[in-house]
Write a protein that binds this ligand. Structure first.
Ligand SMILES: C[S@@+](CC[C@H](N)C(=O)[O-])C[C@H]1O[C@@H](n2cnc3c(N)ncnc32)[C@H](O)[C@@H]1O
Length: 280
């Protein structure tokens, strides 16, 4: 009996000590990381039979599965197209604008991110109807896609059209356009890469302009005195925008570009021009 108790006690002690060691070794891995606040909520919405069929039949060709191992765009677009500029779109909704832009810019590649399944199905149907070769979709949180799947300095542009405005002040933390998000996005943009946002919510437009202006490394391309941009010709009016306009909302386009890296290289042409009088 005594032996049994002592064996038990020793075992418990070993167990406790091991747990203590383990917990010390794994201190960092056991620390709970607070969940990142998402810029979306999964909306309920019926996926029609046409959209489901598109996901099933066209998905294998045009849907790129999310993976956190790092990906490469060669396999997304094929060898003939991989050298085309790559534009990343966040939250394409039902994909009307996305499909139109891809149709009119066949010499650019587009990667659209959307979490709403009916929208994914709807855009796949448009890809088929318009026989688009230059558009692929990832159905996943765009922030994680940027982090895990998009290599540094690989994007030529980013489109963020009518992101969820999160009207209430207590929800502003959910807005996509925040300094930390911009830092991530900028790390994936090439030098000179652009960010084009549009919104029909004035308070969000002001917030976007303020945050983008305050971000070092970006240059405002807006030509209006207010700092906003005239809607670039490539951006068609989106479905969400139409709804806002009908409600009497304004629309604000905001376009920024990555500043090219500062170089110390001597500008030989300028030097030549400056020294030209000496030669005479
Ligand atoms: C207000 S809708 C605008 C849709 C479309 N751009 C338009 O103008 O019609 C915003 C969309 O962004 C999507 N979204 C928000 N955050 C996202 C994220 N982190 N990743 C992917 N999609 C996101 C939502 O699911 C929603 O469909």
């Amino acid at each position: 009996m005594v032996t049994e108790i002592s064996t038990c006690t020793v075992q418990s002690l070993i167990c406790l000590m091991t747990q203590k060691n383990l917990s010390q070794e794994n201190k960092t891995s056991l620390v709970k990381h607070p969940k990142r606040i998402k810029s979306f909520v999964m909306r309920a919405g019926r996926t029609t039979s046409g959209q489901s069929k598109a996901i099933e039949e066209l998905g294998p060709q045009f849907l790129i599965p999310f993976n956190d191992q790092g990906s490469h765009s060669v396999s997304w677009f094929g060898e003939n197209q991989v050298h085309q500029p790559l534009i990343f779109e966040i939250g394409f909704g039902m994909g009307d604008a996305t499909a139109k832009i891809a149709q009119f810019m066949p010499d650019h590649n587009f990667l659209g991110c959307e979490v709403h399944q009916p929208g994914v199905g709807a855009l796949l149907m448009k890809i088929q109807a318009l026989a688009l070769q230059n558009l692929r979709i990832v159905s996943h949180d765009a922030v994680e896609v940027l982090e895990k799947m998009i290599p540094a300095q690989s994007l030529d542009g980013a489109h963020i059209f009518f992101p969820d405005p999160w009207h209430k002040t207590r929800h502003h933390k959910r807005r996509l356009i925040q300094t930390s998000f911009l830092e991530l996005l900028m790390s994936r943009l090439k030098p000179n890469g652009y960010i084009h946002c549009a919104t029909d919510w004035e308070n969000y437009a002001q917030h976007m302009l303020e945050v983008l202006n305050a971000t070092p490394g970006l240059e405002n391309q807006g030509l209006l005195d207010s700092g906003y941009a005239i809607r670039p010709a490539y951006r068609p009016v989106t479905k969400f925008e139409n709804r806002g306009v009908k409600l009497g909302h304004g629309v604000w386009d905001i376009v920024f570009r990555m500043k090219p890296p500062v170089t110390n290289a001597i500008d030989l042409e300028a030097l030549n021009n400056a020294l030209d009088p000496w030669a005479k």
